[in-house]
Design a protein around this ligand. Structure first.
Ligand code: PLP
Length: 458
């Protein structure tokens, strides 16, 4: 296994606070065993999310100093628009403060009550925005994408047969657009192949349905295409990105991922008709079209971030660092979702803690153990997040998988940090049969995992 050396060096240091096991045990108990309630400075390595947690480069920090905070016509907007047009190619570029605002604008403009939006897999804010506007979000990821131990190079692909059958059955007039999420976040950060994008494109074209990308991790997806898809090894990632976006009619983007910034996003597309409507709404709920919900300096950092994220030394390191963490865990006998995706490693908690059934939350039990033993924050993606009482039968419905996600922020942690994450996990492994489950003592009716209070079953 090749050790992934960082293609950057450290210029500014942010100290991390070390803590003892006893301090962490007290703290996690005092916040109801919910890692969302932990103060971030009590954490040694924070793998809660890769969103908005990137480290900016010296160029980006220099870009901030060149912020032009004019209300209208800021030079940073023109730089941003030029960069985004060069990579993504769309005519209209509407800056927003993050991805979900791009989704809000898009679906406010194009959706009617009862409309349907197919996607490989909707991210949760995308689904929520579709449903909030009266639409229905439908997922058609390939079967292989649902099997955690099956190796497949493009597990994020759309099942194009299912998509076409769905369009035939429902009628294209009820489908204002189709989406492809690259990489497929909710299905493990797995990539979509160019071939699958072309097929999806041709089906959409046949029925007159526009195709949009949820492009949050487009650079990681393009790097996987270069690595894995025949015909792309000698193309640059920029060329691959341009080809990819040429098959779509627009995109929503959270620059908190592959924009390498802490806040920002945009909505891009070609339709003249939608541009007018989206711009009017933007002015009402977000801001003037040359700043969206952002400061001029943020636009500058974003436009530099989009160029940096396509650097192939950076991308090779990024993908190898995730793979390295996955391989280290795998070699220590810890069951992970395979192959590793672009931004996170997922541990299969059901298999790792077979003595804990789903109702006492095996994923959360592992999340708490990760923090208590090693000061690492991860997130449960299992029953705490998804189990719910079926409104018709009154019985509890449990998700298929109990996962713990280790999402890796961009350019923040070194590969030695990843080694620490893997080795401390191996130590937990030895005493895994002593790990206990949890019960909920307090919960809210929606998105309960953010605020639930738990207690350990002793
Ligand atoms: C993060 C994310 C979003 C939403 O973006 P925010 O910037 O968090 O609002 C949408 N889709 C995907 C795939 C994401 O990962």
């Amino acid at each position: 296994m090749e050790f992934p050396a960082e293609p950057f060096k450290i210029k500014v240091v942010e100290p991390l606070k070390m803590s003892t096991r006893k301090e962490r045990a007290e703290l996690i108990s005092s916040v109801g065993f919910n890692v969302f309630n932990l103060p971030a400075d009590s954490i040694l390595i924070d793998l809660l999310t890769d969103s908005g947690t990137s480290a900016m480069s010296d160029s980006q920090w220099a870009g901030l100093a060149q912020g032009d905070e004019s209300y209208a016509g800021s030079r940073n907007y023109y730089n941003f628009e030029k960069t985004v047009r060069e990579i993504f190619g769309y005519r209209y570029i509407i800056p927003t403060h993050q991805g979900r605002m791009a989704e809000n604008l898009l679906f406010s403009v194009i959706l009617k009550e009862g409309d349907l939006i197919p996607n490989n897999t909707h991210f949760d804010t995308t689904r929520a925005n579709v449903e909030h506007k009266g639409g229905r979000a439908v997922d058609f990821v390939i079967e292989e994408g649902l099997n955690p131990s099956l190796e497949h190079p493009f597990k994020g692909n759309m099942d194009t047969q299912k998509l076409e059958a769905f369009i035939e059955e429902q009628g294209p007039e009820r489908i204002p657009l189709a989406m492809l999420t690259i990489t497929n976040n909710s299905a493990g950060g797995q990539p979509v192949s160019m071939e699958n994008i072309r097929e999806t494109r041709s089906i959409c074209q046949r029925y007159g349905i526009p195709l949009f990308f949820d492009a949050c991790r487009f650079a990681e997806n393009c790097f996987f295409i270069k690595e894995r898809e025949s015909g792309y090894a000698d193309k640059s990632v920029v060329e691959i990105a341009r080809e990819l976006f040429s098959y779509g009619d627009g995109c929503t983007m959270s620059a908190k991922k592959d924009g390498l910034v802490n806040i920002g996003g945009f909505l891009g597309f070609n339709s003249d008709e939608w541009a007018q409507k989206a711009t009017n709404l933007l002015i009402l709920i977000e801001g003037f079209p040359t700043y969206g919900g952002l400061a001029g300096r943020d636009l500058e950092a974003m436009s530099i971030g989009f160029r940096e994220v396509l650097n192939e030394d950076y991308l090779r390191f990024r993908i190898s660092q995730i793979r390295y963490l996955g391989d280290e865990l795998d070699q220590a006998g810890i069951p992970i979702v395979k192959p590793t995706g672009g931004h996170a490693v997922y541990i299969n908690a059901k298999e790792f803690l077979p003595h804990i059934p789903q109702h006492p939350f095996p994923g959360q039990a592992l999340v708490v153990a990760r923090y208590r033993e090693a000061g690492i924050r991860a997130v449960e993606i299992g029953s705490l997040m998804f189990a719910h009482r079926d409104p018709e039968t009154g019985e509890m419905a449990y998700p298929e998988l109990e996962l713990v996600r280790l999402a890796v922020p961009r350019r923040v942690y070194t590969s030695m940090h990843m080694k620490y994450v893997a080795e401390s996990m191996a130590a937990i492994c030895e005493n895994r049969d002593k790990i206990k489950g949890f019960r909920i003592v307090q919960e809210s009716p929606y998105l309960r995992h953010f605020t639930a209070q738990l207690e350990e079953i002793v």
